[in-house]
Write a protein that binds this ligand. Structure first.
Ligand code: AMP
Length: 258
């Protein structure tokens, strides 16, 4: 593996993880006005991992390119990715359109080809739609191997392979594949760095390619799903304190719970 690793990191702008989303009046989705948006946390981990791979393997990693499909404001999270160490980025302005994972994966496939990327590191899941689909669909469309839920990523430079440790129920699974490949990140892969103010300032000078969804006019981005209704979970009724185990048993019997 000469200096030949071109990493693509797709990043999504989502409602900040610390915000408790509220359902809109129409009951069709969550309220987005006046709410703080940030980079999807798993994508932040993906950016961090790409930057760490470059720091560790200076001679192998040629470029780290971030891409976001979303509203024009998604440029904020792209600037953050640049401040954290990505070299270049692409904003694909989708206006108000909220693309489903298949449509995102189809557009990302085009970006992979345009960037000649050979390693794509995505978040395992967007915290807004919770789909956990895009990485897998992208790997399928590209016909590349995939390793999802990565807890550790190691480059085997001599063999041109990537080894990924995956967290699975009750343990770890270690898989390895030859490049090109798709990896999705799990929570414990790393702890992302903060974007410092000086780096955010410097990031303003880094290149941002601006495209629109119309530039991918021949890609079918049509929605397949229709949201019928979005509801808050039912509120729990207040509990009561019992004085003894006997009283507890009595109450459970009365409630027909036992
Ligand atoms: P999902 O399948 O929606 O749970 O998303 C999984 C991952 O795909 C995210 O963590 C991102 O890395 C990537 N992704 C999803 N939607 C977008 C988007 N609109 N723009 C860029 N990357 C995205």
């Amino acid at each position: 593996m000469s200096k030949s690793l071109r990493i693509l990191v797709p990043v999504k702008r989502v409602i900040d993880y610390a915000i408790k989303p509220r359902i809109n009046k129409a009951g069709t989705g969550v309220e987005k006005t006046g709410v703080k948006f940030s980079m999807n946390p798993f994508d932040d981990i993906a950016v961090e991992e790409a930057v760490r791979l470059r720091e560790k393997h200076k001679n192998l990693v040629e470029s780290v390119h971030a891409v976001s499909i979303g509203p024009a404001k998604a440029q904020d999270i792209l600037r953050t990715a640049l401040a954290k160490g990505a070299d270049t980025c692409t904003l694909i302005d989708a206006k108000e359109a909220e693309l489903e994972p298949l449509a995102v994966a189809k557009v990302l496939k085009r970006v992979v080809e345009a960037q000649n990327a050979n390693l794509v590191i995505l978040g395992k899941q967007s915290i807004d739609d919770d789909c956990n689909n895009t990485g897998q669909m992208l790997a399928g469309l590209l016909n590349w191997p995939q390793a999802t839920n990565a807890a550790k990523i190691e480059l085997d430079a001599a063999r041109g392979r990537v080894q990924v440790t995956r967290e699975v129920d009750g343990g770890e699974e270690i898989v390895s594949a030859a490049l090109p490949m798709v990896v999705t990140t799990d929570l414990r892969l790393n702890t992302p760095r903060y974007a410092t103010l000086p780096n955010l300032m410097k990031a303003k000078k880094k290149p941002m390619e601006k495209l629109t969804l119309a530039d991918f006019g021949d890609v079918d981005t049509q929605a397949r799903l229709q949201t019928l209704k979005v509801e808050e979970p039912a509120t729990r009724s207040a509990g009561v304190k019992v004085g003894s185990v006997d009283e507890l048993v009595e109450k459970l019997k009365a409630a027909k719970a036992i």
